[in-house]
Design a protein. Structure first.
Length: 213
């Protein structure tokens, strides 16, 4: 049992502490086990609090508002998101994907075709390609917190839109947090700044990662 699980069960069993005090050692050893659903809930809350604390911690001096502009590799998605500035707000779109066409595992009807926004709730938008699709909107720089907040992110996996915020852990490493309702109930992902280049004019782009420090 790892330390987080032990800590979780300790919190849950506080509900039964008063009964345990009144029992002798033999009886106390047979008290009810931790309820699985309650342990899971507490674990989720602990993970959310820890992630939110990481997302909220400022790093060094305040950054320039435009510091997040550029290309960012989202490694677990095999995609590069290009963040750009429009007035005092920032948005981002898919500039590159490792797999921008469907493969045999997607079935013969899709194999070889361009990957599209097929999970969009609006049937009229399901044929639009994912490459070039704007996912991030409305981020604004908050100098006091040294974060970009107030944004929304579109999830192509389920067609839903969530709140989001970002901060820079370093000039070349970005912490992105998508969440529902409040930042506490969210998840961090880490993006690395990259340089996109084409080997020849008009050729397919390739990605060069830069240091994340």
């Amino acid at each position: 049992m790892n330390s987080q699980c032990m800590f979780t069960c300790m919190i849950v069993r506080m509900h039964f502490a008063s009964d345990a005090v009144r029992r002798n050692t033999a009886v106390a050893s047979r008290r009810r086990p931790c309820r699985p659903w309650l342990c899971a809930l507490v674990s989720l809350l602990l993970a959310g609090i820890n992630g939110y604390a990481m997302a909220g911690s400022a790093q060094g001096e305040p950054a320039a508002a435009s510091a997040i502009v550029g290309d960012w590799l989202v490694a677990n998605r095999g995609a590069v998101i290009r963040i750009q500035q429009a007035g005092d707000k920032f948005d981002g779109y898919i500039a590159w994907q490792l797999h921008d066409t469907y493969g045999p595992e997607d079935g013969p009807a899709l194999d070889g075709k361009v990957v599209t926004d097929r999970n969009n709730p609006d049937p009229a938008l399901r044929a639009r390609p994912l490459t070039g699709l704007r996912l991030l909107t409305g981020l604004q720089y908050n100098r006091a917190d040294n974060k970009w907040t107030g944004g929304e992110v579109y999830d192509t996996d389920n067609g839903r839109t969530y709140h989001c915020m970002v901060r820079l852990a370093s000039p070349n490493r970005l912490v992105f947090r998508g969440y529902i309702g409040i930042p506490l109930f969210g998840k961090n992902t880490y993006w690395t700044r990259v340089i996109m280049r084409s080997p020849v004019p008009g050729g397919l782009p390739y990605v060069m990662a830069v240091s994340s420090h």
